[in-house]
Design a protein around this ligand. Structure first.
Ligand code: PLP
Length: 286
């Protein structure tokens, strides 16, 4: 089954899916994106992802390229063309194609919209959740507006590669006060010895993850104590459990930080339970 991409109004074979060299996404990382889980052929938490997309666009002053209803048609059609059962949908909107100049292009320049879908191996992800992942910490050198889901991800790219180079799966950014902000593409959580779940408030230095929001809802339904506050690396090292959340991973246990084991070095019951119950609370579209 060949992959099909949506590029500025056309559905084309993935191998031929191109944007112009003067697209502002390519030249300036002047754009925003979303990644949505595809589960059994349907989008998970589409409403929330589209709400966050609208906010990201407004924050960087790009007019939406089409109505939400029209975008919904594009998303469904891209999904349909690709016949992906389990995977990820990627959507990117940039400020469009224009002569290279830092200031915004002339009014009327059309934003670029690209949508791709790819299959993922659900069994492999489940197997990874059974063993958990290692993370390494890296100082947070990103700009202040990480609440906007922009395609300017160079610090995240370098952090993730550093994690790879050290045999870990994810990097946790740490701010100047020694507090964990978030992962390169995930939100970070711990379960403290008293049993509360701790994650940084989404007002400060992190992306407000959609998975994070749903996990908070799952945790509340399970009657778990939630503390939205920053935590430090030493506190994480003493935690009962640690985990990360993202649309790409749902809830992924973290069993090692900077080469040191968390508790017994195995995924804990809270992360397991949140992972198991996630899709009962998430909104799964038609
Ligand atoms: N934090 C960062 C920096 C991310 O890039 C992502 C996802 O890409 C997340 C957190 C998790 O967000 P979500 O749960 O919406 O996938």
């Amino acid at each position: 089954m060949s992959r099909i991409a949506y590029v500025n109004g056309r559905y084309i074979p993935h191998a031929l899916a191109m944007v112009h060299v003067e697209d502002r996404g390519y030249q300036f990382a002047d754009g925003v994106y979303e990644v949505c889980e595809v589960r059994e052929g349907r989008l998970v938490d589409k409403r929330r992802h589209l709400e966050r997309l609208a906010r990201s666009l407004a924050e960087i002053r790009i007019a939406p390229p089409m109505s939400n209803a029209a975008l919904d048609v594009v998303l469904r059609e891209t999904l349909r063309c690709n016949r992906v059962r389990d995977g990820l949908l990627y959507l990117q909107i940039t400020r469009g194609v224009a002569r290279r100049e830092h200031a915004f292009p002339p009014p009327g320049t059309k934003p670029s919209l690209v949508v791709t879908v790819r299959a993922s191996d659900r069994a492999k992800l489940e197997a990874q959740a059974e063993t958990g992942i290692a993370v390494v910490t890296v100082s947070d050198n990103r700009w202040e507006r990480v609440d906007i889901k922009t395609i300017g991800l160079l610090p995240n790219v370098l952090a993730r590669q550093m994690a790879r180079d050290r045999g870990a799966r994810e990097a946790w950014f740490v701010d100047k006060e020694g507090m964990v902000t978030e992962g390169a593409s995930t939100n970070a959580w711990i379960v403290v010895p008293a049993g509360a779940i701790v994650t940084r408030p989404a007002t400060l230095g992190i992306l407000k993850g959609i998975t994070r929001a749903v996990v908070l809802e799952v945790a509340a339904r399970e009657g778990l104590t939630i503390e939205e506050r920053p935590f430090s690396v030493p506190e994480a090292l003493k935690a009962r459990e640690a985990f990360v959340t993202a649309a790409t991973q749902i809830v992924m246990p973290v069993v090692e930080i900077d080469g040191r084991k968390i508790a017994d070095g195995r995924p804990g019951p809270v992360a397991r339970a949140l992972r198991a119950r996630f899709h009962a609370v998430a909104e799964i579209g038609p």
